[in-house]
Design a protein around this ligand. Structure first.
Ligand SMILES: [Fe+2]
Length: 431
């Protein structure tokens, strides 16, 4: 294995100093995780440090589905942070993750989103690797007519692709750069039941799209942790009753504060609830709005527990949703300090009939990159980034539900999960 030892504990110096750049030192507001200074979304040094400490650090990152690499030789390419990676099914049927970068001169090896191959072959100098990432051949390694060639002490075993740890849960595949990270289900902790509830049988991919969001990745990461905004921003949640604060709902955080999921049960509100008196303050609540074709809102309680919406967010870059009968994973890929990609994979189950598949696809117009709900999340992230400007002034205020990591409890009317995110983020970043 060529994975380096874990990083030493962060030094006390400001990140810009640690990275050797001559930019001003950064001081986090004294309120701690109740504030997020806007420079954290705009500073290029912070962004570079995130790649090292979070994306190549001690974390599990979603890279795909087992069903996307169903048989030996199949592979997909994706990213962990900015690093290109390959997820492959090896000859023995095991799942393997490697960095998509030739050990010779750093060239990209796999260029297709998906493929099938007996080996991973670099077009530059024909170095080729097994599906597990071991170097099997280097062109002209013995030279030609006694000239050239690699040194006599060249050891193929020392020049494989960089290997990642891989682990799975319910058909989801995660990978990590960190050699000693705990097993995936331990990492996910108390949110694991939220995954098991949803992905309870073999999956089928219905389609993909990738959405470029012109905002720092953390604006999007915060969004599905924040159920406070759900029926305030989204007309389709509140007006049509798919998810309202007044309905039966709860939030579960894992013990570390990294991961969270929420659920809401449509149709469970009491008519006399306080919600009725607050709807007039919500721009998004529009009782005049009616749909000519309400089929997009129709949903079937397929899991038999009355939950109409469940949003699960695993630190730092994975979302799994059930919104009515729409199921999808969302993979967050940073693309520089001011933009990110959100890769949507729309899911069904292998045993779905055609009507169910059509219903799920129909609801990608509700919960998808251009969905009537989800499009508003990306729009808000982009507006936030515009308002941060250069990030040199101000910080967000994160005290809904209280001031501590515990306050807010399991209420959805709370920013507890966001406070916990910044707490973990600061630890990982040494900020
Ligand atoms: Fe939202």
């Amino acid at each position: 294995m060529q994975i380096p030892a874990p990083l030493p504990p962060p030094a006390q110096a400001a990140p810009s100093a640690r990275l050797g750049h001559a930019t001003p030192s950064r001081l986090w507001p004294e309120e701690g995780y109740r504030r997020a200074p806007y420079w954290v979304y705009t500073d290029a040094d912070i962004y570079a440090l995130e790649q090292q400490r979070i994306f190549r650090g001690r974390a599990w990152h979603y890279v795909g589905l087992e069903v996307e690499v169903p048989e030996p030789g199949t592979f997909k390419t994706t990213f962990i942070g900015e690093t290109p990676v390959v997820l492959a099914r090896a000859e023995d049927g095991s799942l393997r993750g490697v960095v998509n970068r030739c050990a010779h001169r750093g060239n990209l090896i796999c260029r297709e989103p998906f493929g099938k191959a007996s080996k991973l072959y670099c077009i530059y100098h024909a170095w080729s690797y097994t599906l597990s990432g071991d170097l099997s051949h280097a062109a002209f390694s013995q030279g030609l007519r006694g000239e050239g060639g690699l040194p006599a002490d060249f050891d193929k075993a020392k020049h494989g692709l960089r290997k990642l740890r891989v682990d799975t849960l319910c058909g989801l595949v995660f990978a990590s750069f960190h050699e000693n990270i705990e097993p995936l289900t331990d990492w996910l902790g108390e949110v694991t039941p939220g995954i098991r509830r949803l992905l309870n049988r073999p999956l089928k991919v219905l389609g993909y799209d990738t959405q470029r969001i012109h905002a720092n990745w953390k604006t999007y990461h915060e969004n599905p942790r924040d159920s406070y905004h759900a029926n305030i921003l989204h007309t389709f949640y509140g007006t049509f009753g798919l998810s309202r604060q007044s309905q039966e709902s709860a939030m579960t955080l894992d013990g570390s504060g990294r991961h969270v999921y929420f659920y809401t049960k449509a149709g469970t509100e009491k008519k006399s609830s306080d919600y009725e008196s607050t709807t007039s303050q919500l721009r998004s609540h529009n009782e005049q709005m009616k749909l000519e074709d309400p089929s997009i809102l129709r949903w079937r309680d397929e899991f038999g527990d009355g939950i109409s919406v469940q949003i699960l967010n695993a630190y730092p870059s994975f979302v799994l949703h059930q919104i009515a009968n729409s199921l999808a994973t969302r993979q967050l890929i940073p693309r520089g300090v001011r933009q990110c990609d959100l890769v949507w994979t729309y899911l069904g189950f292998a045993d779905d009939n055609e009507a169910t598949t059509r219903a799920r696809l129909n609801q990608t117009n509700l919960a998808g990159s251009a969905g009537l709900i989800s499009v508003e999340d990306a729009a808000v992230c982009e507006m936030m980034q515009r308002a941060f400007a250069d990030g040199e002034d101000g910080a967000s205020f994160i005290e809904m539900g209280g001031k501590t990591l515990e306050s807010g409890g399991s209420s959805k009317l709370s920013e507890r999960a966001i406070r916990n995110f910044w707490n973990v983020y600061r630890q990982d970043m040494g900020l």
